[in-house]
Design a protein around this ligand. Structure first.
Ligand code: SF4
Ligand code: SF4
Length: 234
């Protein structure tokens, strides 16, 4: 119903599924039917996505957003025809950019996995609705996006510090923490959104959750080594 519902992940997934181009057609800016003005969110997301595409080596012209009313059929036809012409001129996805099929797939999969993290890092900018749409062109810079990917954050529970209090496990929004009574907790890095909730929630006297920036995350300790034996316990 609304372009505001077009998630960054949908666009990247369309490319992962082999689409050569993605066209988003939305209502005119300022004429949204909802108080949310979701078309500004879509415009904002497109600018971010185009920078991400550049970062992974894809031509950002493969993604376009246009605004029109439902009565502007001719404008819609012209916009779509022009976009199709442009995408044909650019050529097939990946091949035209000199990226091998497997490599393209792995780059797109890696970015899709990071979408929740990207949204957390860019949440303040993503919430902006700018009156002057030219300003969206400067909203995300190439340096900023390169840095975002170079400095990806991960979270790791230090086994020797974890006291198995279970607070992080209860607060994790995606059940990415594995643990139980008297068991050192570990983070399932495949499920982790990198939201940092566990880092904030772990009591300072334990300080067991470590934030890791741009470094590999140590492997979790084996299951059989996770039992904590406390004083007085056998
Ligand atoms: S960073 Fe967020 S998603 Fe990841 S384990 Fe911690 S609370 Fe869960
Ligand atoms: S909150 Fe900290 S001490 Fe408690 S289970 Fe999680 S990592 Fe361990």
């Amino acid at each position: 119903m609304c372009t505001g519902r077009v998630d960054l992940e949908f666009v990247l997934r369309a490319f992962l599924n082999g689409m050569d181009g993605v066209f988003i057609g939305g209502c005119r800016l300022g004429e949204c039917n909802y108080i949310t003005h979701g078309n500004y969110d879509a415009l904002n997301m497109v600018h971010l996505c185009r920078k991400i595409m550049e970062h992974i080596g894809l031509n950002p012209e493969r993604l376009r957003i246009e605004f029109m009313s439902s009565g502007e059929g001719i404008l819609f036809t012209e916009a779509v025809n022009d976009f199709v012409r442009k995408v044909k001129e650019i050529g097939p996805l990946g091949k035209s950019e000199g990226i091998d099929e497997d490599e393209l797939r792995s780059r797109l999969e890696a970015v899709i996995k990071l979408v929740p993290y990207i949204k957390i890092v860019e949440r303040e900018k993503l919430a902006l609705h700018l009156d002057n749409i030219e300003k969206y062109n400067e909203l995300y810079t190439t340096d900023e996006i390169d840095r975002l990917f170079d400095e990806v954050v991960s979270y790791y529970i230090e086994p020797e510090k974890c006291q198995a209090c279970g607070i992080c496990l209860r607060k994790c929004p995606v059940e990415a923490i594995i643990g139980g009574k008297n068991q050192i907790h570990v983070i399932d890095q495949e499920k982790c959104l990198k939201c940092g909730t566990c880092f904030e929630a772990c009591p300072p006297r334990f300080g067991a959750v470590r934030k890791i920036v741009a470094e590999p995350v140590p492997l979790p300790i084996p299951e059989e080594a996770r039992i904590i034996t406390r004083k007085g316990e056998k």
